[in-house]
Design a protein around this ligand. Structure first.
Ligand SMILES: [Mn+2]
Length: 200
């Protein structure tokens, strides 16, 4: 029987604000409950308090419905930023038991997914951003293998050779630290990333 700890997604999360400002325009939320994993990253347009408000509206909305399907969550998040600046948003939802992953995103947030064999996938996100205006969200669904890894990051992270980090034999924490070392100590944009490894 697998041990309990192995049935969870291993995670490394990181955030640093633009010019070390007080308010981050990026926000993320990760939760795992009863075999359902959800990761959401929102990058509010611009930076500072107004960007923070948009990102926060997205995250607070998702928190109200953490078991929701992605198209519903995107729609709810879209309504939540109505009247605010807007946000780029990406979401990953995984059924850990059946190893099915769904992904959706709009705007400039990068998502990488790598299987243990090293095959790298880059699901496309939709152009644009959430603004409250009605829009359709493309959702991609695929089966994944155990021990697959993912990286999701805001555009404040400029990562050369992202693939090398994801195919690294190092564990998630060490890999996370090596990505962290690529980030300026005083960044020019809010920077966030979530690195994860799915259980066996
Ligand atoms: Mn940004």
């Amino acid at each position: 029987m697998p041990s309990l700890s192995k049935s969870h997604v291993e995670l490394f999360t990181f955030q640093r604000t633009k010019a070390l400002q007080q308010y981050s325009g990026d926000m993320y939320f990760v939760t795992e409950k009863k075999g359902l994993f959800l990761c959401v990253l929102a990058d509010g347009l611009g930076s500072g308090i107004e960007a923070h408000r948009s990102a926060k509206a997205v995250i607070e909305t998702v928190k109200l419905n953490p078991e929701g399907e992605l198209p519903d969550l995107m729609e709810q998040a879209n309504q939540a930023v109505s009247g605010l600046r807007g946000a780029a948003v990406a979401m990953i939802r995984a059924d850990l038991e059946h190893r099915k992953l769904t992904y959706t995103g709009t705007g400039n947030i990068r998502f990488y997914f790598v299987e243990p064999g090293g095959k790298v996938g880059f699901p496309l996100s939709t152009m644009g951003f959430l603004s409250g205006r009605k829009q359709l969200f493309k959702v991609k669904t695929f089966d994944f293998k155990s021990d697959s890894k993912f990286l999701i990051h805001s555009d404040g992270l400029v990562l050369k050779k992202a693939r090398s980090f994801l195919t690294s034999p190092l564990d998630v924490i060490k890999t996370g630290h090596s990505i962290e070392r690529q980030i300026a100590s005083i960044p020019e944009d809010d920077v966030s990333f979530v690195l994860g490894k799915f259980p066996q």
